[in-house]
Design a protein around this ligand. Structure first.
Ligand SMILES: C[S@@+](CC[C@H](N)C(=O)[O-])C[C@H]1O[C@@H](n2cnc3c(N)ncnc32)[C@H](O)[C@@H]1O
Length: 217
């Protein structure tokens, strides 16, 4: 079985396939509905939320993938934006997207979620869309998200969780077997990881197999 770290950091095909699928509305909607039972409008709403952040907000988008969350931004977005991921293929795609769209003030950088290189309190918002389930060490990543958020800063996160139905759990098992998914928790596991990370307030809702989290540092 391929190691998870290897799959995402070196497998350009997996990265290209995922990013291509998620960037086209029809395939993004079909994948979200068929595999995970949620309407892709959940993610589209997150993208609108990023675009609506006040100017000057320091935001970490991790894992940015191919820069999906940049799709909602206008050229005069005014955010202080760091787009980070483990995968060089994904980061190349994000850089291309930033250039195509002429977006200023986007720093694109390689980071491992479980060992971030940023200072404490460096961000007002951490955005983590549909990626935690791909991480080998999700609890460590959440602790790092908490560390780099300023007190009162916000984590906006979506992730696949186990236990939402047989079809979804079978898909999790398959993707874990392929080395694409990491340690996938249940909703209770996720709540425990967030608590252990030290978030002050947490709300966690669910649509199909997708957990949607808002947590304040
Ligand atoms: C399913 S994609 C989601 C990407 C993006 N948020 C989106 O919705 O299109 C998961 C991403 O997690 C990244 N990833 C996996 N393990 C990581 C880690 N330890 N640190 C940072 N990124 C990681 C992968 O490279 C991949 O881009």
């Amino acid at each position: 079985m391929p190691s998870l770290q290897d799959t995402w950091s070196t497998d350009r095909v997996v990265a290209a396939l995922y990013d291509t699928a998620v960037q086209y509305r029809a395939t993004a909607w079909a994948g979200a509905r068929v595999l995970w039972g949620f309407p892709f409008s959940v993610i589209e709403q997150e993208l609108r939320g990023v675009a609506a952040l006040p100017r000057g907000t320091r935001i970490l988008d991790l894992p940015t993938g191919g820069g999906l969350a940049l799709n909602g931004l206008a050229p005069d977005h005014g955010l202080d934006y760091v787009a980070a991921d483990l995968s060089s293929e994904m980061l190349d795609r994000t850089r291309a997207r930033v250039a195509e769209r002429g977006l200023p003030d986007i720093r694109v950088t390689e980071e491992d979620a479980a060992a971030l290189t940023f200072d404490d309190d460096a961000f007002d918002v951490v955005l983590s869309l549909t990626g935690l389930h791909c991480f080998a060490r999700p609890a460590a990543a959440l602790a790092e998200f908490r560390r780099v958020l300023r007190p009162g800063g916000e984590l906006r996160l979506t992730t696949v969780v186990r236990g939402a139905g047989r079809r979804h759990d079978d898909a999790v098992r398959l993707l874990r077997g392929l080395g694409v998914f990491g340690l996938v928790g249940t909703p209770d596991d996720l709540a425990a990881w967030l608590d252990a990370a030290g978030f002050a307030t947490v709300t966690q809702t669910q649509s199909g197999a997708l957990a949607i989290v808002r947590a304040t540092a």
